[in-house]
Design a protein around this ligand. Structure first.
Ligand SMILES: [Zn+2]
Length: 98
């Protein structure tokens, strides 16, 4: 997985390739998430699937959690993302790639 730094806030981020081929910036900490609850949090799975659920606990990023690791899109927690208007969110995602 690629690692980088967010241009907006300087935080460490990772990129996950979405099914569409687009790279999604995510926070590097994996979470265990439950899809069966009525969670409203958005997670990205390492296979590029976007899911809605509820975080259960933070996972140790140093170990493998095949099938259990879910990542939070960086723009959901980035303090700099608030500067961006909703319609510019897409452009923001693109901009963080380079
Ligand atoms: Zn950021």
């Amino acid at each position: 997985m690629n690692t980088a730094q967010c241009k907006g806030c300087g935080a460490a981020i990772k990129f996950i390739r979405m099914k569409s081929g687009k790279m999604m910036p995510v926070n590097p900490e994996p979470y265990m998430a439950d899809q069966s609850r009525t969670g409203k949090e958005i997670f990205v799975r390492p296979d590029g699937e976007l899911i809605k659920g509820k975080s259960i606990c933070k996972l140790d990023p140093g170990t493998k959690h095949a099938g259990y690791d879910h990542y939070i899109p960086h723009w959901a927690s980035c303090p700099a993302a608030k500067q961006f208007k909703k319609q510019e969110k897409d452009r923001f995602e693109q901009a963080t790639i380079f």
